[in-house]
Design a protein around this ligand. Sequence first.
Ligand SMILES: [Zn+2]
Length: 259
Amino acid sequence: MDQTLENLIRLQQLDGEIRQLRTSLETTPRRIRGIESELAAHAKTISELEQRQRDEEARRRRDDSDLKDQQAKIAKSRQQLNTVQNQTQATALEHQISFAEQEILRIEDGELESMERSDIIDRDLLAARQQHASHAAYLESEKAAAARSTLLEQADLAKWQAERAALRPQISEQFGEDRLDEYDRIAAARGTALARARDQRCTGCQMGLRPQLWNQLRDGQSQKCESCGRILYVDKRREPQIETGRPGGASGTPNAHTA
Ligand SMILES: [Zn+2]
């Protein structure tokens, strides 16, 4: 393979590496922010549960105070019963006592229900706190790993960028600005400028190549894919030397006609 192609292939490898590293360097902080917002959601769940628990406790304190009021009413009515003058007054007081006793039962039922809700909230809180703690630990380990990988990726990026910066003038010096312009133009349009030709196909677009073009490529001539326009190359180190369409050509047998 001629040197211009070797250099262009290396340039494409570098461009690919640089693109991947940039993508990774951009996505890593986004991924960390995603984990952070999940952690914030866990914290919000906890504070909502804690608020519901406080509401239940406040409700039971009100119930306790209502209970004492009703008990006081009963005690007062019982005292008054001792000094009533007639049956009508006595009946009225007994009604009051009975009503207050009903109220006490109602309040006690409410308190029991509140206690049951509190038990469920406690259980949910325990689970939510455990989830939060394990997610927080996960976040910390991901942050540490991200910091390490970011450092490595930044170092690689600097290395590949330096090699690229050295390679481009070398290519344009050896083979002219045009070759580099052509590479840049195709790469901008297609993502990659070069494609390996293999098994008489362009690996960039998977289209078949005319036999004549394929032979020219294998003779070392530079050609472009007629479908996608990428610069084609044959990697002779990896391409089996199969001669097709010739008498005695053992198709499928590598190196059958190697000179
Ligand atoms: Zn192609």
